[in-house]
Design a protein around this ligand. Structure first.
Ligand code: X2X
Length: 343
């Protein structure tokens, strides 16, 4: 009798549990929209693919993420992506800190000219206290941040001539990204910067409406910018843009704690792998991508320490001005952590 009661109770709770998970699953959408700027042919998009695949596998298809490249959910306007995530037009995203800077001024940190001299410096920021503070700020804006990724060090290309000094940039028409900090930096360098989306940048380069642009080598090569007359490339590592993996808050809260953990762990795993992919082939130790670019007849210019210093000097006032916007304490902390980084 007792055993029967016990078995009955177990059967009841199993049924109740099953009912709860069905109820949860019933709240789930059949598809979750993930926004990114470039396709899965780029490291950024590969990160999205890895995340989406891991989540689908580990939730047995309960969470089905579809990738929307080209920031198509906001008609290509990267600077509206963060707002669209908040509003629920976008369920998930892997976004560049640059594109979300108009809404989160602290993310301009990574765009301060010549703040981060090497990968160890980037790691010291995103893996340390500064990274935590920034993710807290993102969370405070009502979006759930899960992990860091990386677009990469942004190098300068143009169709005119080799750039080795600020003088070489004089009057050059350059497409820049959506934070006004970039307008200030390139104005200080004597160029003629104009802000446009990545979608508009490619035709503008192809028609010669602009002379040049700045982007990580993976984007430069993936978009075949050497085929649109971008034959001069200067490696100057002046800024790098990390990526942030996020989920819309209401969507996040609609998931069970078990599924939340799966999505978070998968983001951390995908972020780590994506950073590895983004750093492939673009260093003196592993120059495969650089060699490929040179193979397309591109003049690749590296700077001597003196040439590098000239760029740092001219952009110092921009750094100082924007340090106030980003937050003096945050920038001081970043500089301290970079100075103490493990090489
Ligand atoms: O628009 C760009 O330059 C890109 C693709 O790098 C970003 O989305 C920041």
């Amino acid at each position: 009798m007792k055993i029967r009661t016990l078995l009955g109770a177990i059967a009841c709770s199993v049924a109740a549990l099953a009912a709860t998970s069905t109820a949860h699953a019933a709240n789930y959408k059949s598809e979750y929209k993930l926004s990114i700027v470039v396709s899965t042919a780029f490291p950024w998009g590969q990160g999205a693919q890895i995340w989406s695949d891991l989540v689908r596998e580990r939730t047995d298809g309960r969470i089905n993420i579809k990738i929307y490249p080209g920031t198509s959910l906001v008609q290509g306007d990267q600077t509206r992506e963060f707002t669209a995530i908040r509003q629920g037009l976008i369920d998930l995203a892997i976004g560049s800190t640059i594109n979300w800077s108009p809404q989160i001024k602290e993310l301009n940190l990574f765009s301060l000219p010549f703040l981060m001299p090497d990968y160890a410096a980037i790691d010291a920021l995103i893996e340390g206290d500064v990274g935590k503070q920034l993710l807290n700020i993102v969370e405070g804006k009502g979006v759930v941040p899960l992990a860091w990724g990386e677009n990469g060090y942004r190098q300068l290309s143009n169709s005119k001539h080799e750039v080795k000094s600020p003088e070489d940039l004089k009057g050059m028409k350059l497409r820049v990204v959506g934070s006004p900090l970039y307008i200030d930096t390139f104005t200080a360098l004597g160029a003629n910067p104009t802000q446009m989306s990545w979608a508009d940048a490619q035709p503008a380069l192809a028609t010669g409406a602009v002379d040049g642009q700045e982007n990580p080598l993976s984007i430069y090569a993936g978009a075949k910018l050497y085929d649109v007359a971008q034959k001069y490339l200067t490696l100057w590592n002046y800024v790098a843009d990390p990526l942030i993996f996020v989920v819309n808050k209401q969507v996040w809260e609609s998931w069970t704690p078990e599924d939340q953990k799966i999505v978070r762990d998968a983001a951390l795993e995908a972020g780590k792998k994506e950073i590895e992919i983004a750093r492939k082939g673009v260093t003196p130790e592993d120059p495969a991508l650089l060699k490929e670019i040179e193979g397309h007849g591109v003049t690749v210019t590296s700077l001597t320490p003196e040439q590098h210093d000239a760029f740092v000097k001219v952009t110092q006032p921009v750094f100082d001005k924007w340090k106030k916007t980003v937050g003096e304490a945050l920038v001081d902390q970043a500089q301290k952590d970079i100075a103490a980084r493990k090489q």
